[in-house]
Design a protein around this ligand. Structure first.
Ligand SMILES: NC(=O)c1ccc[n+]([C@@H]2O[C@H](COP(=O)([O-])OP(=O)(O)OC[C@H]3O[C@@H](n4cnc5c(N)ncnc54)[C@H](OP(=O)(O)O)[C@@H]3O)[C@@H](O)[C@H]2O)c1
Length: 287
């Protein structure tokens, strides 16, 4: 039987949770508390820097695949791990995916499961953020077309600067279609013909996003892993399967001055069904 507890902290999230009765619930609540506490710890520092708290989270097979291929979705998480993901979604202001995930999976990106863990039973969904350099999204995607009670319209983050002159008119027309469908367009700088993540985060912060959960797909995760200075925590669900498919990381990350690759700090892990959810911090609080 779940019992109510309250975390005393001033974050933008409702950190009111229910006390567990099983070790599985205790595990999920450990992630919940840890995430609330990290959001709280970082809130002041991130206000100074004017960018959101960033959680990168994804599910992978033992061999590091996030799906079988770019054009096929593959459900890797167990039902309980999925619940943990939905709880994490609810703790963040916004949730971000890349255009290919939007086109392939057509996800809702809502927080539908795990409501029993919250004292406030009113569902709260993160605002979707679509990283879509050239505004290729179509308006019947669920995050654009479906009205969800209590959720704000999606942000579409794009970059005009990646367009060839002869394509600018078509780009602007596509942008207008998305605007007409209710999307909030965020124009950013580009790096290597893709969204400049630092600029995107700063603009999203100005638009009210204080915490962002990055959920995929592979190229988006890889880009954030190459900019670990922008990431605060990483949460990976490891499913006991082999896939040999699309990997979250294909290229070497830069080493630090001690010639070591990036490592997570304050690492914890919990078993959930047959999965393991591993989480750790990226940045020092003072960095
Ligand atoms: N296991 C999981 O947790 C999980 C979660 C989500 C998705 N997935 C899977 O991941 C697969 C899709 O992944 P994907 O790698 O093909 O696509 P993706 O990461 O969803 O989207 C990549 C696209 O985003 C755009 N983009 C804009 N700025 C970017 C930046 N700074 N860095 C990288 N991309 C940027 C680019 O589109 P332009 O070329 O138009 O600029 C790029 O091609 C699907 O199979 C999906 O099922 C798995």
């Amino acid at each position: 039987m779940l019992r109510h507890r309250r975390l005393k902290m001033s974050t933008s999230v409702t950190c009111s949770y229910q006390a567990p009765s099983t070790s599985q619930e205790e595990g999920i609540l450990r992630i919940f508390r840890r995430c609330c506490s990290s959001l709280h710890t970082h809130s002041k520092m991130l206000t100074d820097r004017k960018r959101p708290f960033v959680t990168v989270t994804y599910a992978q097979s033992v061999d590091g695949s996030v799906s079988s291929s770019s054009s096929f979705p593959l459900l890797l998480s167990s039902p309980e791990s999925l619940k943990a993901t939905h709880i994490l979604r609810r703790l963040h202001d916004s949730i971000c995916v890349g255009i290919r995930t939007a086109l392939t999976d057509d996800p809702r990106l809502t927080s539908r499961f795990g409501n029993e863990y919250f004292k406030n039973k009113e569902l709260k969904h993160p605002r979707p953020v679509l990283l879509d350099t050239l505004c290729k999204a179509h308006t019947d995607l669920k995050i654009i077309s479906e009205e969800v009670k209590g959720r704000e319209n999606p942000f579409v983050v794009c970059s005009h600067s990646t367009c060839l002159d002869e394509e600018k008119e078509k780009f602007e027309a596509r942008q207008q279609v998305l605007k007409n469908a209710g999307c909030c367009i965020v124009e950013c700088k580009s790096t290597n013909y893709r969204i400049d993540l630092e600029d995107a985060l700063s603009k999203l912060y100005d638009a009210g996003v204080k915490s962002l959960m990055v959920e995929g797909g592979a190229r988006i995760i890889e880009s954030f892993l190459h900019r670990m200075d922008l990431v605060n925590q990483i949460i990976v669900t490891i499913s006991p399967q082999y896939v040999g498919g699309l990997k979250a990381l294909n290229t070497l990350l830069p080493m630090d001055e001690n010639k070591t690759f990036p490592r997570l700090k304050n690492v914890e892990w919990i078993p959930v069904d047959e999965d393991v959810i591993l989480y750790g911090d990226v940045q020092d609080d003072n960095k």
